[in-house]
Design a protein around this ligand. Structure first.
Ligand SMILES: [Zn+2]
Length: 362
């Protein structure tokens, strides 16, 4: 009996190992880099370890992915009462957003960090795990001191979703693309068609849900083929999207950052469908952030960088109403997308650069 039980538990472990195991890149592609430093915490297991070690913040599961994985939110600082009596757009129609959330100069600012909703973009996850470690200890995982950043946690309410798409992260065979060609990232990020050709950006948004003509399902999507960035916000298809919007509506963040990556120098993407005053705030922030990258000698967009304040294209819808637009219109938050380099051969960022870029943004 004892032996049978041991055998069964061994079988269970093997099966679980197979289910939880990270997929391998195809034989024609380079291996998952093995030079990833210890501070570069890029996996779902790293999230679990960080949550278990937390003593100052709290966390809860806010959704379960179609692949059966938990989506977590982490909280620092006491939540204040905003005496909401109307949803945001109704309050705006009543000519005062305070009917949605009463805030004044004494209200504690609320900052919302939305970790990667695209699974191959692990750079934001690396940054947020280090940020949680800073909140807890004052130091990042390199042992570098960030006490100034830690002090913000005493003054602000900070809400962190370390990863917005655990399915995509689990499906990605790469923990990093540092030193790899951009094409490898594209292949596993946006996936391939049945004939093996990559879907690529922006065509990867032409089929949604991404179901049917799919060989490799890109890490962009959850296991049902949903890209949270372009869910149907009036009737969300993904539980992850619903949970992200719920957290934002509850918390009323003053600022919301959706963390992304590309084979590029770092930059903020303008939120195309928000009022002009909000576009100006985002543009000011983007300029200040780029100046910080220049001062610190980090990859940057050069001295003449600025974001457009232009209105929509008068003739054709060129910019989508995406997740950050939805977050603004659900809550009034200053929501924008941030793109970090991946460290590909083309963008040349290093592991150190990527963590410094993330921490400078925070
Ligand atoms: Zn992305």
């Amino acid at each position: 009996m004892h032996t049978l039980r041991s055998l069964l538990s061994l079988l269970f472990c093997l099966l679980y190992g197979l289910l939880a195991a990270q997929p391998m890149p195809r034989a024609v592609d380079p291996a998952n880099p093995t030079d990833r430093p210890d501070f570069y915490k890029a996996t779902l297991a790293d999230i679990d370890a960080e949550l278990r070690a937390m003593t100052k913040g709290t966390y809860r599961q806010i959704a379960e992915s179609p692949g059966g994985l938990p989506l977590y939110a982490v909280y620092y600082g006491e939540k204040e009462e905003f005496h909401s009596q109307a949803n945001y757009n109704s309050a705006v129609a009543a000519l005062n957003p305070a009917f949605y959330a009463r805030k004044d100069a004494t209200t504690k600012p609320v900052i919302f960090f939305l970790g990667p909703v695209h699974g191959q973009e692990s750079e934001g996850l690396v940054g947020l795990i280090n940020l949680i470690h800073i909140a807890e200890t004052g130091k990042d995982y390199r042992g570098r001191d960030w006490t100034q950043l830690q002090h913000f946690f005493d003054q602000f309410r900070v809400v962190i979703i370390p990863h917005g798409n655990p399915d995509g992260r689990r499906r990605s065979p790469y923990d990093t693309f540092v030193g790899l060609p951009e094409d490898v990232m594209t292949k596993y990020g946006q996936g391939t068609k049945l004939d093996g050709t990559p879907w690529r950006w922006p065509h990867a948004k032409a089929l949604h849900p991404m179901v049917g003509d799919v060989d490799i399902l890109g890490a962009y999507y959850n296991d049902n083929g949903i890209n949270m960035m372009h869910d149907d916000f009036f009737d969300p298809m993904a539980e992850e999207t619903k949970a992200i919007l719920e957290v934002a509506k509850e918390e009323v963040p003053d600022m919301t950052v959706s963390l992304h990556s590309c084979s590029c120098t770092p930059f903020v993407i303008q939120n195309s469908h928000v009022p002009l005053f909000m576009k100006k705030r985002i543009a000011d922030f983007a300029k200040g952030l780029n100046d910080s990258f220049i001062r610190k000698g980090l990859p940057n967009r050069g001295g003449n960088y600025s974001l457009s304040l232009a209105d929509d294209d008068p003739e054709f819808p060129k910019a989508s109403f995406n997740l950050v637009s939805a977050l603004h219109h659900a809550t009034g938050t200053m929501a924008f997308t941030f793109e970090s380099p991946h460290g590909t051969i083309e963008d040349k960022a290093t592991y150190e650069n990527i963590l410094d870029i993330q921490l400078t943004l925070y």
